[in-house]
Design a protein around this ligand. Structure first.
Ligand code: CA
Length: 241
């Protein structure tokens, strides 16, 4: 059974999309905002995403690019904006197809099967084949989601709980590097080599930037959430407990 993630903030539209897709044999998961969508896509592989572009937290185009940064899952965009330049932009940002609202359940199911056929590691629902779903091919990680933190090195944007963080260039590079290596302890020496590219700079440079990054993430060294210091070893970015 192919699985679909429905991303829609309007509860009644979301419910009706879930019903239509379930009736047509899809296993449906849902998210009410862009951040929830990123979390879902990161946590469990899904065969296709139906993405509303008008979301409360992330711009739909940004959400799309961030999903693209994590996964090659086919994305069908649902947009209220019937404007050609907008649609071209969406397709260029990596959408596989689009629907202009309001659309019928029949139209949605038809477009979705077409997208799944084209991208086709999975037979569309109702195709009769018992083929096992295959997870989307692994791509090099570009965008990273850790807890409520999302970092997109391509767009050089970072969000915390859906709110864009205002970071200096160096703070962003530092955060992106730590997010890319989340869960691993990274030494200050390594940060100087790979983020600063100046291994002879003093360790304290890293401390200064870490403390300002911490402030922007709303935490303190004494009460860390994302940035854990591992004494004598380095620093580790983790999802808060
Ligand atoms: Ca909406």
């Amino acid at each position: 059974m192919p699985s679909v993630l429905v991303v829609e903030d309007d509860p009644s539209i979301r419910q009706s999309l879930i019903e239509v897709l379930t009736e047509h044999g899809y296993a449906v998961r849902s998210a009410a905002d862009g951040f929830g969508a990123l979390r879902e896509v990161t946590q469990t592989p899904v065969d296709a995403v139906v993405l509303d572009l008008g979301l409360p937290d992330l711009d739909g185009g940004d959400a799309l690019r961030m999903i693209r940064g994590i996964s090659s899952v086919p994305v069908l965009v649902a947009t209220a904006r019937d404007d050609e330049s907008e649609i071209i932009k969406i397709l260029n940002a990596g959408a596989d197809d689009y629907l202009v609202k309001p659309f019928s359940g029949g139209q949605l199911v038809a477009r979705l099967s077409a997208v799944l056929r084209r991208t086709s590691h999975v037979p569309p629902a109702g195709a009769g084949a018992a083929g096992a779903p295959v997870a989307a091919a692994a791509e090099p990680l570009r965008a990273t989601v850790v807890g409520e933190l999302a970092v997109d090195p391509g767009a050089r944007t970072a969000y915390l709980a859906g709110r864009e963080l205002r970071l200096t260039r160096r703070e962003f590079d530092l955060l992106a590097f730590l997010a890319h290596h989340s869960g691993q302890v990274v030494s200050k020496r390594r940060l100087l080599t790979e983020v600063w590219r100046e291994p002879y700079v003093d360790d304290q440079t890293v401390d200064v930037h870490l403390s300002s990054l911490r402030r922007k993430l709303g935490e303190r060294a004494a009460a860390p959430r994302y940035l854990l210091t591992v004494r004598g070893v380095g620093i580790k970015l983790v999802a808060p407990r």
